[in-house]
Design a protein around this ligand. Structure first.
Ligand code: UDP
Ligand code: MG
Length: 346
């Protein structure tokens, strides 16, 4: 049994060495064969220099990949999963908010036959408003999307090899991992741990990025919001017909009167707003189709110590990892793909 730890890092120079030391200490104490797969997500600080040193110190058990720019945590996790060779993979944040001590528990549960072992954090220490908003959000979103999304469940989890392969077989460009983890299914078990504050450095989330993440969650897994738009349109049309009948009848009975100016303005503003939201929503789906149809790679690699052949996918490890790579068996990789960036020839 070999365990791979996948660690996306973006500007984590302050904490990466401590992280490495703590995780290695834990793994050595557990006496388990392991590798650490770091992904430098285009950091602008000295994270990459730190990774080079770490990789030199433990050459057999450290892999790192450095992106040409910041591609986001989703791309980082994908690269890590492709790079990892273990029989099980744990995805961890570099900031020690995912306590390494929990690895033991995860491995136990994995040994008991679970394919996904999920550590769910409590919301303790979060600001009140933020935890309230998350609770409301998860309440609402689970009514809308087809996969189960759970509050407090992040990316900290152990995945069996077959779960990793299942994730890698999903080629989409817009990756919303929380949903993908749930979509692949397999036997999943969840346990709670107390929220831990970041060891050093600062979070990369701003409120606006959280709102956008929320919209991603809503849209990535179905077209039900569009259906809701149709429902709202039908309801409003029905109301308009009723209102028309009512004013006509009132005019016949009571004679012509001055209809309400306020009603008119409210109706125009309300309907205008609703239409804008719906057009935006439709645009959002079309935008996603546009991005998917470009078939761009999820990330570009600037530097790595991972041998090209162990990276799963054509052209991987040196140039680009193509979005379709996971579904093309190795023997069918086009010869020229290894030097092609972004244009699969298969
Ligand atoms: N991260 C990344 N790319 C990004 C943003 C974040 O790889 O564009 C990494 C970051 O280095 C950390 C993890 O994702 O290891 C979680 O980020 P952060 O701690 O900022 O998020 P939070 O814990 O506040 O949700
Ligand atoms: Mg964090």
């Amino acid at each position: 049994m070999r365990l791979s730890i996948v660690v996306p890092c973006y500007n984590e120079e302050d904490v990466i060495d401590t992280f490495d030391a703590r995780v290695r200490a834990t793994l050595n104490a557990l006496d388990i064969e392991h590798e650490l797969c770091y992904i430098d997500d285009g950091s602008s600080d000295a994270t990459l220099e730190h990774l080079r040193v770490l990789a030199e110190r433990n050459a057999d058990t450290t892999r790192y990949v450095s992106f040409s720019r910041n591609f986001g945590k989703e791309a980082g996790m994908l690269a890590g999963l492709r790079e990892a060779t273990g029989d099980a993979v744990v995805i961890m944040d570099a900031d020690l908010q995912h306590p390494p001590e929990l690895l033991e528990r995860m491995l136990e549960l994995h040994a008991a036959g679970h394919d996904q072992v999920v550590a769910r954090r409590t919301r303790e220490g979060d600001r009140f408003l933020r935890s309230l908003l998350s609770r409301v959000y998860y309440r609402l979103i689970n009514k809308m999307v087809d996969v189960e999304l759970t509050n407090g469940v992040g990316d900290f989890r152990l995945l069996s090899r077959r779960a990793v392969d299942a994730l890698l077989s999903l080629p989409e460009y817009n990756r919303f991992s929380k949903g993908l983890f749930s979509w692949i299914g397999f036997d999943t078990v969840t346990f709670d741990y107390d929220n831990v504050a970041r060891e050093a450095g600062a979070t990369k989330w701003r409120f606006s990025s959280l709102v956008n993440y929320g919209i991603d969650g809503l849209i990535s897994f179905n077209s039900r919001p569009l259906r809701l738009g149709i429902h709202a349109g039908l309801t409003l049309s029905g109301l308009a017909v009723l209102y028309a009948i009512w004013t006509t009848v009132a005019a016949i009975i009571g004679g012509i009167s001055q209809p309400g100016y306020v009603t008119l303005i409210v109706a125009i503003a309300g309907l205008g707003g609703l239409q804008m939201v719906m057009i935006g929503l439709v645009g959002e789906y079309i935008g996603r189709i546009y991005y998917e149809s470009k078939r761009r790679p999820h990330f570009l690699i600037k530097e790595t110590n991972v041998p090209r052949e162990t990276f799963r996918g054509p052209g991987a490890g040196v140039q680009a990892v193509l979005s379709r790579s996971a579904v093309i068996p190795q023997e069918r990789w086009p010869a020229e793909a290894s030097t092609t960036v972004g244009r699969p020839t298969a």
